[in-house]
Each structure stands twice: as structure tokens, then as C-alpha cells.
Design a protein around this ligand. Structure first.
Ligand code: OGA
Ligand code: ZN
Ligand code: ZN
Length: 402
């Protein structure tokens, strides 16, 4: 890995295994770079001009653009290109007398070449699992009930990859969950309590606050933007029953798409409505159960079967839609896909509420107490934390100021 010192538009460290061997301007105006593994990249002069990282183009502290997008001439041409003594690409533009220096690590990451890092995301790809791949959440031990920064990073990386992780031996203090959550990001408040107690209540506003079994679900698809992460801390685990269940919704969606493509199409297009109608609120939102982005990638599951509102669809769709949903729920609640394990006091489980379908078995309050405390966070805060740590590590490795 090499580290180049030329600044980058994002001010991140971009270690790269590729160096630029040669650069030239092609007949059509493209800036062509030959990497040391002989692969070629073509960069558009307009794109390069827009991404110039000099102090005139970018504010040194905010790392936001000072140039107006509307001032970029669409027909801008590169005048000269060369490599400087550090191996960075130097471009000057015609009619503009402007010079930009491009860090090869950053350039390679944005080249679109398969070995380049995913420049925009820098997130690890999800690792899809069944219950035999992952019978329990990846687990990490607190030391003296404390979670170090390094351990928290490992936990978040596991959540990013597998959708969930468990911290064990974190003690039973009622304050622990909020302190831990705030190290990732602000608590994502909802119409439930900011920090909620999952205990059996006679007058709760959700089945979660009874001792009933909860089938595989995601929380709060009754809102336009359901919380991205859920954290549950077990304080007391004396009751019989109440085993936790977790299913990788991305894996079920992928298998459904392969085995029952018609059902996948139905679940990713027909909208269901889920509604929270307890207490004095009325939250409801309609969206497909499987949500797919414009690249065809599943990015979100929304399913709260016990909070369903009437399906509104054409007469001839009713039976196929229920059939598709039953197929999906059968998979989500099957031992093949669903892990089943019991909380111990001091366990904290963090999971992606828009990927993982969670649930629990019925528990028996007469046999002992069961008490969880929970809160929500957003996925963005986890991704930001991971990027900051990764960048810090890269900068340290590059010998740059941290
Ligand atoms: C919830 C929930 C799981 C549990 O509170 O939404 O799913 O184990 N709880 O009680
Ligand atoms: Zn510039
Ligand atoms: Zn829940």
C-alpha cells in the first residue's frame, strides 16, 4: 500500500496499491492514466475540473465546494497533464489557467476499476446468512463491563456486515444503554419512549409490552423512515421462554427472488400499510415489504405483521399478495433462516432494524422477571463512525496527522 500526500476533495487518506505510470490527453480530450498494473482509466476533463481539491476550489476546513457548479464550462478541455515528483497527476485546463493536483490513491478509488474501493460508500458489502451459517450473533466481550472504542468499532463492523452483533458481560446498569448509544450517534426518538423498557404490562401500547410471542418483524414501518438500528440491553433474564429470534431479511429476499420470483415482484411492488394505533397516536405508512433501489439492490425490509392495516389492492391481487406474504413469513420464521438464542443479563444486542427481522418466543412472567431496555439509532451514524475510524487508521498508517 502506498500513501500519497496530495490533498483530496474529501480530505481522507486513500491508500492504494496502484501508482500512475503514464498520463496523456487522448484525441477526444480524455485524460488517460495508465496504472502500474497496465490498466487504463479515462477521466473526463470536466469531471477532473469539478473535483480539483485546491484551496480556491474547496474550503480548507469545511471541505465544501467554493466553485459554483454553474460556472463549469461543459466544453472545458485539459491543456497539459504530467506527473509530479510524488507521482500525483497534475492537470492544467485551457482558457482557465487553473492547475489541479490529483492524489493517485483518491483517483484510483474513483476510477470505477473493480479493485478501486467503493468511493462513495466505503461500506463493507453485507454478508448474507442462514441460521446454519450464523446460529447466534457474532459476540464480543465487554471488559469489566466496559466497551472500549476498539471493541465498539468491531461491534459496528459486525453489524454492518451481518446485520447484528452482541456484546456480552456489559452489566445490568439502567444507564448503560444510553451511554453506549450516544457513542454511536443521537438517540433516534419515536412515539415510544426515548429509552423504552420491554417488560410485560397490562396496558402497554404494543404487543412488545406483553409476554406474547412476537413473530419476525421490523419495528416502526408505520413511519416513512423507520429507525435504522435497534439496541436492546438485557437487565433481567429470569423468566422461562422469551428466546430471541433473528432472521437476515436480505438473505430471505435474495432466496425468494431466486426461488419464487413472482412473489418477490409482488412483495417489492405492492404496498402494505402498517399502523401504530395504540395510545393517542396514529402513525401509518404504505410501502412495499421488500424495498429495492434503482440498481435492483434490496436496501430495506418493512414488516410488522401484528400492526397491519387493511391491504388496499385490486380484487384479483388479494390472494396472490397474501400467498407471497405467507411464503415470506414462513421463511422468516423457519429454523432454516431464523436464529434462536436466549438473552443473558448483561447482553446488549445491536441490529439493523431495516435488514434483520427480529422477534421473541412467548415468555412466562410467573416463572421470573424479564427486562430489556431499548433504544433506536440510525444507520448513518454507524456508517459515519466506521468511516471516521477507518480514515483515522489510514492516516496513521500513512504517517499523516490524525
Ligand atoms: C420489541 C421487541 C423483543 C424482545 O420490543 O419491539 O421486538 O425480545 N422485543 O422482547
Ligand atoms: Zn482548483
Ligand atoms: Zn420489535
Amino acid at each position: 500500500m502506498k500513501h500519497y500526500l496530495a490533498s483530496t476533495p474529501d480530505n481522507l487518506a486513500w491508500p492504494t496499491s496502484a501508482s500512475i505510470e503514464h498520463c496523456e490527453i487522448a484525441d477526444d480530450g480524455a485524460v488517460v492514466v495508465r496504472w502500474d498494473d497496465q490498466q487504463l482509466s479515462r477521466f473526463h476533463p470536466l469531471w477532473l475540473r469539478d473535483n480539483c481539491a485546491c484551496n480556491i476550489c474547496l474550503h480548507a476546513f469545511t471541505r465544501e465546494h467554493l466553485t459554483d457548479l454553474l460556472d463549469l464550462p461543459l466544453d472545458i478541455k485539459a491543456d497539459k497533464v504530467k506527473l509530479d515528483a510524488d507521482g500525483a497527476l497534475v492537470v492544467s485546463w485551457q482558457l482557465d489557467s487553473h492547475v489541479g493536483v490529483f492524489n493517485p490513491g483518491w483517483l484510483f478509488a474513483h476510477s470505477g476499476l473493480p479493485q478501486g474501493q467503493n468511493s462513495q460508500e466505503q461500506c463493507s458489502e453485507p454478508l448474507l446468512w442462514t441460521a446454519s451459517d450464523l446460529p447466534e450473533p457474532l459476540s464480543f466481550n465487554a471488559v469489566d463491563e466496559q466497551v472500549s472504542d476498539e471493541l465498539l468499532l468491531e461491534v459496528l463492523l459486525a453489524v454492518e456486515r451481518t446485520g447484528l452483533a452482541r456484546i456480552r458481560n456489559a452489566g445490568s446498569s439502567r444507564d448503560t444503554i444510553e451511554a453506549l448509544g450516544l457513542r454511536v450517534g443521537p438517540v433516534r426518538e419515536t412515539h415510544f419512549a426515548r429509552i423504552f423498557d420491554v417488560i410485560s404490562l397490562a396496558d402497554g401500547d404494543s404487543n412488545a409490552y406483553t409476554s406474547e410471542r412476537l413473530s419476525a418483524h421490523t419495528d416502526i414501518p408505520t413511519r416513512e423512515a423507520p429507525p435504522g438500528l435497534q439496541v436492546l440491553h438485557c437487565l433481567v433474564a429470569e423468566a422461562q421462554g422469551g428466546e430471541s429470534t433473528m432472521t437476515d431479511g436480505y438473505k430471505i429476499a435474495a432466496d425468494l427472488a431466486e426461488q419464487f420470483p413472482q412473489d418477490f415482484t409482488i412483495l417489492s411492488t405492492v404496498k402494505w400499510c402498517f399502523a401504530n394505533r395504540g395510545g393517542d397516536t396514529d402513525y401509518r405508512w404504505q410501502a412495499p415489504i421488500i424495498n429495492v433501489d434503482s440498481d435492483g439492490k434490496v436496501f430495506e425490509l418493512r414488516l410488522l405483521p401484528f400492526s397491519r392495516a387493511p391491504l388496499m389492492t385490486d380484487y384479483e391481487n388479494v390472494e396472490p399478495v397474501y400467498r407471497a406474504l405467507q411464503r415470506f413469513m414462513t421463511m422468516a420464521n423457519s429454523p432454516e433462516y431464523q436464529m434462536n438464542y436466549k438473552f443473558a443479563a448483561g447482553d446488549i444486542v445491536i441490529f439493523d432494524n431495516r435488514r434483520i427481522l427480529h422477534g421473541r418466543e412467548e415468555f412466562f412472567p410467573q416463572s421470573g422477571d424479564r427486562e430489556l431496555r431499548g433504544l433506536y439509532l440510525d444507520r448513518d451514524d454507524m456508517h459515519s463512525k466506521i468511516r471516521m475510524h477507518t480514515n483515522q487508521r489510514n492516516r496513521q498508517a500513512a504517517g499523516l496527522e490524525v
